[in-house]
Design a protein around this ligand. Structure first.
Ligand code: IMP
Ligand code: MG
Length: 191
């Protein structure tokens, strides 16, 4: 049984279009990213920072693919309004619990879209004077970017389409699929 066997998810599979990335493809890429981070950060005891909730499966797999000591921490954010969200301004609902001053921080994202939210969060973290601050994302919709962001570790480039699975949701659903797939267009209408 592979992670991509859609018959395991009879209540969700009718909503799904094409599979873009299989569970095996994702796992292999995550392992490569973990190996790269292990080599680059040897001796530096990095802090992996993730934004809840979408990053959860990726961070869980990535940290286990990294072979050097590390710490993890989380932030949670909410939008004030759709208008502020469009400008990338968010409220930090849960802040980091570790002090990152002088630390080597890897900001881990599930997907970077416009980059506006990420840019806002990176600016907030930089004021705390980490030794280094790099970005690691599994998925990158680089064609959709509205603001330039340096991405050090990138898993896969995504087409400008809405996808679900492996942490990515539509209205909080589909995060638990182990693969990433397109959502059928009619689902957007009445979910
Ligand atoms: P942005 O980079 O500030 O535009 O925001 C990126 C956020 O939008 C991500 O953290 C996701 O929560 C969400 N997002 C963007 N594209 C997708 C997608 O294809 N599926 C699910 N969520 C997405
Ligand atoms: Mg996210």
């Amino acid at each position: 049984m592979t992670g991509d066997d859609r018959s395991r998810f009879p209540e969700m599979s009718p909503d799904l279009g094409q599979t873009l990335f299989s569970a095996e493809q994702i796992q292999q890429r995550v392992n490569e990213m973990g190996a790269a981070i292990s080599a680059d950060y040897a001796g530096l005891n990095p802090v992996l920072v993730g934004v809840l909730k979408g990053v959860m499966p990726f961070l869980a797999d990535l940290m286990r693919a990294i072979t050097i000591p590390l710490e993890i921490d989380f932030m949670a954010i909410t939008s004030y309004s759709s208008e502020t969200r469009e400008r990338g301004i968010v409220r930090i609902e849960k802040d980091l619990s570790v002090a990152i001053e002088g630390r080597h921080v890897i900001f881990v994202e599930d997907v970077i879209d416009t980059g506006l939210t990420l840019n806002y969060l990176l600016r907030a973290l930089r004021t705390r004077e980490p030794a280094t601050l790099q970005v690691c994302t599994l998925f990158d919709k680089s064609v959709h970017r509205l603001i330039d962001i340096d991405v050090t570790y990138q898993g896969f480039d995504l087409p400008d389409r809405f996808v679900v699975g492996y942490g990515l949701d539509y209205r909080e659903k589909y995060r638990n699929l182990p693969f990433v797939a397109l959502l059928k267009p009619h689902i957007f209408g009445h979910a």
